[in-house]
Design a protein around this ligand. Structure first.
Ligand SMILES: [Zn+2]
Length: 364
């Protein structure tokens, strides 16, 4: 008998519980109780300065001891992950609590995986949507991309205390929105590719709907949320954007896939001639993807004007002035070598990508 081949599998990865709101850290200890009474808290120094006391209080008031505490995470590297796994093993931790932004939380998730214990994420800013996902992005000490670790399970609990997140500098939310913007457009490209290839894994319609919901929320609330944060106002719009980034975009990207926008981001950053935060470069590359896909002009203009309004770059020259040779290298990498390029439904030629970049530069 021929081996069974899975066809049209629809798979949805999600964290078990997501809790967001002012003072949401209160729920940390209570919801962690079934996991044991020995926690290993991992974070960066800024994050644990902002949230450490509340994390400790929430744990201890529920009879959970922080048997290990590391507030020195600066980068998600293999060396740091291994060192933390040793610390956790020594302390006999029952579970890990990752506190902070993407780097600290990705490190905590990978260390928990090595320890074979569950992990909880506590976000302290809105630049990253890594909190709920089952993957860790590993870098070198000098922040050059190394690899993505696919972890066997998602965090069991994600806590987004909006009181803490709203106090982080507003630019973090701008960057988080830039990354979140891509999930609708990359997810749609990914779904088309899977349909064409009749691939074993088809993204669930639910994940695509989350991409739509995320984009709608960013457009409706993004600009207001940023101006509110700049004025020190914690409004419902701020909460709506936090949910769009931390929940909708995270579940959309994890259950569909990245495509041209992230492939080009990786290509551009490899040149060393493009500067900017991940979300800034991804937002710009999303516009390039839309032009490359020949999406309707109105749809492209809608994204461009939204980016302009919230302060995300819509032209490459804002991010640097890479030479022609560097651009050629970046587009060749994005078209052929980056694994995300396989998630585009049409063949990508570097010259077509160059042309799309050129068109965006001239104004769309
Ligand atoms: Zn991203």
């Amino acid at each position: 008998m021929a081996a069974l081949k899975p066809i049209t599998i629809r798979k949805m990865l999600t964290p078990s519980t997501y809790i967001q709101g002012k003072g949401a850290i209160y729920y940390l200890g209570q919801r962690a109780l079934p996991l044991g009474d020995k926690a290993f808290v991992i974070g960066g120094s800024t994050a644990l300065q902002a949230a450490g006391d509340r994390v400790r209080k929430s744990l201890t008031s529920n009879g959970i001891e922080a048997v290990a505490w590391n507030d020195k995470v600066k980068e998600c590297t293999h060396a740091t992950i291994n060192k933390l796994a040793e610390e956790g093993k020594h302390a006999k931790a029952h579970f890990v609590v990752g506190v902070g932004g993407g780097r600290a939380i990705d490190t905590a998730k990978a260390a928990a995986w090595k320890l074979k214990v569950p992990v909880i994420s506590v976000g302290t800013q809105c630049a990253s949507n890594a909190d709920g996902s089952a993957e860790s992005v590993v870098y070198t000490e000098d922040h050059r991309f190394l690899e993505v670790l696919s972890l066997p399970r998602n965090p069991v609990l994600v806590i987004e205390d909006t009181e803490i997140i709203a106090k982080a500098p507003p630019k973090y939310m701008v960057w988080g929105m830039g990354d979140a913007l891509s999930c609708k457009f990359e997810g749609e490209a990914y779904a088309k590719t899977r349909a064409l290839k009749q691939d074993g894994e088809t993204p669930p319609a639910t994940a695509l709907a989350l991409g739509d919901s995320c984009y709608r929320s960013l457009r409706e609330h993004g600009h207001k949320a940023i101006s509110d944060l700049k004025n020190g106002v914690h409004s419902v719009d701020v909460d709506d954007v936090i949910e769009a980034v931390k929940l909708a975009s995270a579940m959309a990207f994890e259950n569909t896939g990245c495509a041209l926008a992230h492939a080009l981001h990786n290509g551009l950053t490899k040149t060393g001639q493009v500067k900017g935060e991940h979300g800034e470069i991804v937002a710009y590359c999303t516009i390039v993807q839309m032009v490359f896909e020949k999406r309707p002009a109105d749809e492209i203009r809608e994204v461009v004007s939204w980016c302009d309004k919230v302060g995300l770059p819509t032209k490459l020259k804002i991010l640097g002035e890479p030479s022609k040779a560097a651009l050629r290298m970046a587009t060749e990498y994005a078209a052929d070598k980056d694994s995300n390029s396989r998630n585009m439904p049409m063949r990508m030629k570097p010259s077509d990508l160059m042309e799309a970049i050129d068109r965006v530069e001239r104004g769309v």
